[in-house]
Design a protein around this ligand. Structure first.
Ligand SMILES: [Zn+2]
Length: 397
């Protein structure tokens, strides 16, 4: 009996979360169509269309690639593969019209976004995007526009606007989660003032400077929480993008839209973004890079998991004449690990013993067959850690 109260409480909380109209009434706002759009109204209905939003940061022909910086040549290859896969790249305006339910788009579409406002957007990505005639959106934060060094300038942004570039807000100061939480601890009023500045001042600045309405926002570092929703609505932001990978369907909550952040040092997200399941009347589309393993593994290749201490498991029952002593397992960030192999079930296991710190975890397993001196070709795969906390390390600038 003692647990019943919390369960009821939880259910009530969920109900409130699902009926945004309630919160609006409390704030004295009419629950009209416009507001309901803001708060992730489940209408209009799913039309089967799926959109992958790609999120880039910096580009370079010479600097080493990282999560947040991609080689210009890799970016070009990715644009080429979008073209060869016949995936239409849509503009932000088309995306918004589709999301509102006033326009049809191709059942599998891609949208390109670029965060922060690096100069290399203009020098490296823009010529390629122009060549392919792909529209794109840059999410700018006020303090970095004309910031000197590697920052975009007003005139570069204005020139790009003439050629398919739309702008959106990425806050004023690009606060990372630690900064946001610091302001949250200063009390409700101080926190509200902080959020109002980040959302409101960036919008005012961008609209004045670039003469375009700004109704979309990309959360800096991907960090968001519910306190931000009413502030975003107050400044008429209707569509807010996260860094949680996934396809967008029409009914999805507009306040936390998924995006595939394309890392410069891993193909995984681009592959996932360009992989589409079979739909009514449309066959499955395999992504630009395919990850498969010859033997069953857990977590599955390309999957997203919530635990940062997962059990990694490989079913080696399909390997004949395996030499168990030859097995080597490597996990990114851990090197060679002390796995356990059970010869009866042919299961190879290792439990991650220190929280995974990166979003992508790569596993490599090798073995020899009995009587052989050479190793079989290694089995490699990777999976993703679904934790916004994983983004706090090295996310953007
Ligand atoms: Zn950023």
């Amino acid at each position: 009996m003692r647990h019943r109260f919390p369960v009821v409480f939880l259910a009530a909380t969920l109900l409130l979360a699902w009926f945004p109209g309630f919160a609006q009434e409390k704030r004295g706002l009419p629950a009209d169509g416009r507001e309901s759009e803001n708060t992730g109204n489940p209408h209009p209905k799913d039309d089967g269309t799926r959109v992958s939003v790609l999120g880039y940061h910096e580009f370079s022909a010479s600097l080493a690639p990282s999560q947040m910086r991609i080689r210009t040549s890799t970016f070009r290859k990715q644009m080429e593969s979008l073209k060869s896969l016949r995936l239409p790249v849509i503009s932000l305006n088309d995306f918004l019209a589709w999301k509102r339910g006033t326009k049809f788009i191709a059942p599998r579409s891609v949208m390109i976004t670029i965060d922060d406002g690096w100069k290399s957007v203009y020098t490296d990505a823009f010529p390629i995007l122009k060549e392919f005639n792909f529209p794109f959106t840059v999410y700018l934060y006020k303090n970095y526009v004309d910031g000197g060094g590697r920052a975009l300038t007003t005139s570069m942004i204005r020139e790009m606007q003439q050629h398919g570039c739309t702008i959106g807000s990425h806050s004023v100061s690009h606060p990372f989660p630690g900064t946001v939480k610091y302001h949250a601890r200063k009390g409700e009023t101080a926190y509200l003032t902080f959020l109002q500045k980040e959302f409101g001042e960036s919008k005012r600045f961008l609209e004045e400077r670039f003469g375009q309405k700004v109704t979309t926002y990309a959360y800096p570092g991907g960090y968001f929480n519910e306190a931000m929703y009413p502030v975003a609505a107050e400044y008429d932001y209707r569509y807010l993008f996260t860094v949680l990978p996934g396809k967008i369907r029409r009914g999805l909550d507009n306040r936390r839209l998924p995006r595939y952040i394309i890392h410069g040092n891993s193909d995984l997200h681009f592959e996932q973004a360009t992989t589409f399941k079979a739909l009514r009347g449309a066959e499955a589309l395999t992504g630009a890079v395919v990850q498969t393993t010859p033997h069953p593994v857990q977590p599955e290749p390309g999957s997203r998991i919530e635990s940062r201490l997962p059990v990694i498991n490989v079913d080696l029952s399909g390997v004949e004449s395996l030499d168990p002593d030859s097995i080597v397992m490597r996990v990114s960030g851990f090197g060679k690990v002390d796995h356990h192999y059970d010869p009866d079930s042919s299961q190879l296991k290792w439990t991650v013993n220190r929280r995974l710190r990166h979003r992508v975890c790569e596993v490599n397993v090798q073995w020899r067959l009995e009587g052989r001196t050479k190793y079989e070709s290694p089995m490699r795969w990777s999976f993703l850690i679904e934790r916004e906390a994983a983004y706090q390390v090295g996310a953007g600038e």
